[in-house]
Design a binder for this molecule. Sequence first.
Ligand code: PMP
Length: 331
Amino acid sequence: MSSVTPTKLIWCDGEFIRWEDATLHVISHVVHYGSSVFEGIRSYETPDGSSVFRLNDHMKRLLDSCRVCRIDLPYGEEELVSACIELLASNDLKEGYIRPLVLRGEGAIGLHPGEASVHTFIICWPWGPYLGADAIERGVDACVSNWFRPGPNTHPSLAKLGGNYVNAQLIKMQATADGYAEGIALAPNGLVSEASGQNIFLVMSGRLVTPPIDGSVLCGLTRDCILTLARDMGIPVAEEAIPRERLYLADEVFLTGTASEVTPVRSIDRITVGGGRVGPITRRLQRRLLHIARGQTTDKYGWLTPVPGLQDANVASDAWWDEVPVPQLGV
Ligand code: PMP
């Protein structure tokens, strides 16, 4: 369970307000019907200062989510990007998590949002790995959830819509109640979909596979990074349907997400994945991604946006991922 360490300021509808003033009335549409869209973004300390990872892409996805949900946002991508950069500098947050959030407020109470106001917030706070540093290093135990993901044309899975996350909460709560760190959900057709807040990858005989964007998964930006990096590293990749039993047969399994980064899975339904250790492909991809995010490898993809007000960051040289040995690849 994660608690939030507040920062000083929140960006709200074009202004900076104090953390404690960012409140809502209980009659707000979002409170009743889950009518919000949001993003989760990370910033990292690099040797050249603080940088935000895939900032423009996250803001594009926020705008896409608004479009699907018929929310007219008075801000464009660049305004949101600038607001985010200014917010990080104002809060002096060199490394942390950023949550842009658009919600329907007061003005209507029926299902049709009608004249309900729309408010845009950007919140940031310090936040380590979602499932803990140990999870990233050693992996987590997961189960297959008996909650399915919503089918295509039910909830818009490609939109990061607040209401979608009731399903995610059920998956997560059931998994933790049963003693697992994460739940892997199936799509309504019984094929593997994604975890509660992460995309999933399997390594099978040196090939990397992940479910396609089929209307039941979020098109994760970390997923995109992993597909890009794997291709560049010469690892064969495929987006293909994954029957449940393949989870038990894979050599390696890992989850990807902005909050969870690259989290290895060491068992599923108490069946050990591969050799029970973090596999070589998982470790290589995990390390490559972190090295780019932390400015320790050239960012040839243009994934980093520097935060000009925070250029005096300093990266500890004893970061754990430099200590963990990287096994040799058999591909
Ligand atoms: N699936 C779901 C349901 C998620 O909530 C997330 C987190 N945003 C992801 C996948 C991973 O997406 P990303 O890599 O863009 O954070």
